[in-house]
Write a protein of this length. Structure first.
Length: 568
């Protein structure tokens, strides 16, 4: 045929083949459409009218995707869907995502792995078998995941408070947790918390939050913390030192860092600052203290320094004045000396002149002193003593020790008695042997003339000191037999110068017999007479004038004078 003439309704377009027996048509509008054709046959004849062909153009589907237009990086379970009841669902996602389920259905689940602009596309065939001209594309903004970063102390000390841990500000729903060895004390729900660590060892702090785009990390951020042992310093050293007595050593554990010693105002650290041993001088008595803190190998410092309480003992106060007797006699016993109590004193130390000794009260405020017969004049001082030493001594208390006069010896010449001491005599008389003696009024000279029978002796007092009594001399009347421990009798009386001296003693003794005139001149002497209980000793005075004479019988322990009358 020739002269092919094609026409189509307005909903389509002939894209090729016009003038030929075959055309290609693009249908642009759904609905009822037509195709018509006419041509000339070989005879040159044309049909009376074109032939019309009715075409029904079915509409193409327009897929619509529903789902979250924004998501979080790393999020899963994101569901995207399109119209149901179609066939040949073909889904695609951009390279930053993965379809985890639902491929080939009207609904898929997507995991978004990469932040940024992403997309989901779909195409399918509708009931007429038509597909969309191009897949539907759904834009998704994948927000980046903000991984929390925690800042704070990674190494802390047990029972330490105020440890602050923080993360990025401006987020919401902060959720902090700490391991069982810690306690959040403030800041929960904010970007910074305060933690107290109570347990040693490895601990953790973790946080998770939601960003302004609604994204939360899939897992919390964990921050590792090491909790170290808190130190407990100890202090060794004297707790009872003495005031102003040099230095004392105080020490604590070695091998630590940052030693810090402190001391009360009554003491001073003279060396060792910053080390484990310090030397301390205590300047004030009373309650004092020393304390130390340091950093241990875990970098921990004690919550408070260790304090050692000290009692500083003072020296005794200075001693006051001594009271007592300033002048004594050698050989005097029981002399008292005293001082006022001395503060801070546990023992009173007395120092005495040579020859003086404490017989009672030693170590106290009052002492009783005996002075030996050879004691010297000098000073007494006293000072207090305690465990810390000696206090200042008292002012010297001068004591004059006067000697005891030598024991006088009495010699007789008739009725005249003479002391060997020139001064200080006091003559005594007793009618009986061993009597207490009567001081003879006014009889203080070196010599004394006897005017009565009895025992006579003297004592010497010089500078208030008295001697022992002299030998006792008996002066008796002629012919009277005295009943003493020593009995002497002379007979006959009167006589012509020849008589018997009868001596009776309680024990053996050596005696001497002397005869003196009434002027005290010796006219006869007989020595070394052995008397063994009793002796009858003849005495021959020869041819002597008549008159009164004295016979002295002197033994080791006594002396007796008798009168005898010689007449012719």
């Amino acid at each position: 045929m020739t002269g092919y003439a094609w026409t189509i309704s307005t909903g389509g377009t002939i894209t090729s083949g016009s003038g030929t027996n075959t055309i290609n048509v693009s249908w642009n509008t759904a609905g009822s459409q037509t195709v018509s054709v006419n041509y000339s046959n070989v005879n040159g004849c044309t049909a009376a009218g074109p032939s019309v062909y009715n075409v029904t153009v079915n509409p193409r589907p327009v897929p619509v995707i529903n789902g979250p237009a924004s998501a979080c990086e790393g999020s899963t379970g994101n569901i995207y869907s399109t119209q149901a009841g179609m066939t040949g669902y073909t889904w695609t996602v951009s390279p930053g995502a993965a379809i985890t389920s639902g491929a080939g259905t009207n609904s898929i689940t997507v995991a978004w792995n990469t932040a940024g602009s992403q997309s989901v596309t779909v195409n399918y065939s509708n009931g007429s078998g038509c597909q969309a001209a191009s897949p539907a594309t759904f834009a998704v903004l994948v927000n980046p995941m903000l991984v929390p970063v925690i800042t704070g102390p990674a190494s802390v000390c047990a029972v330490s408070t105020g440890n602050i841990y923080s993360t990025l500000a401006g987020m919401t729903t902060y959720n902090w947790t700490v391991s069982s060895g810690g306690l959040i004390t403030s800041g929960s729900g904010t970007n910074a918390i305060t933690v107290t660590w109570n347990t040693l060892g490895a601990q953790t702090v973790s946080v998770i939050y939601t960003s302004p785009t609604g994204c939360s990390p899939t897992i919390p951020t964990v921050y590792n913390v090491t909790v170290g042992q808190m130190p407990a310093p100890t202090i060794n050293g004297s707790t009872n030192p003495c005031q102003n007595s040099g230095y004392y050593n105080y020490n604590t554990e070695g091998g630590m860092n940052n030693y810090l010693w402190t001391i009360s105002p009554g003491g001073s650290i003279i060396s060792g600052e910053g080390s484990d041993v310090v030397q301390v001088s205590w300047n004030s008595a009373g309650v004092q203290w020393i304390a130390v803190d340091y950093t241990n190998q875990s970098g921990c410092t004690a919550t408070s320094p260790t304090q050692l309480d000290i009692t500083v003992n003072p020296l005794p106060d200075p001693a006051g004045n001594i009271t007592g007797t300033p002048v004594v006699c050698a050989g005097t016993s029981g002399v008292s000396y005293s001082c006022a109590p001395i503060n801070n004193t546990t023992y009173y130390v007395w120092q005495l002149p040579a020859g003086a000794s404490i017989v009672s009260g030693n170590g106290t405020t009052t002492v009783t002193v005996d002075f030996s017969s050879g004691a010297s004049s000098g000073s007494i001082i006293v000072y207090g003593n305690n465990l810390c030493g000696n206090g200042n001594a008292s002012s010297p208390f001068s004591v004059t020790v006067n000697p005891i006069p030598a024991t006088p010896v009495v010699t007789s010449a008739g009725l005249l008695l003479t002391s060997s001491a020139a001064d200080g005599n006091q003559w005594y008389y007793s009618p009986v042997q061993g009597g207490s003696g009567i001081a003879l009024q006014g009889a203080t000279n070196q010599s004394y003339t006897v005017n009565q029978d009895g025992w006579f002796w003297t004592e010497v007092t010089l500078n208030g000191c008295s001697s022992d009594s002299s030998n006792h001399v008996y002066i008796g009347t002629v012919g009277i037999h005295e009943q003493w421990a020593v009995n002497v009798n002379i007979y006959p009386v009167p006589n012509n110068g020849n008589f018997i001296v009868s001596i009776t003693l309680p024990s053996q003794e050596v005696c001497a017999i002397r005869v003196m005139s009434n002027l005290g001149v010796q006219i006869f002497e007989l020595k070394n007479i052995q008397v063994n209980g009793h002796l009858e000793q003849p005495v021959d005075l020869g041819n002597i004038p008549s008159g009164l004479y004295y016979v002295e019988i002197k033994g080791d322990r006594s002396q007796i004078i008798r009168k005898v009358v010689v007449g012719h």
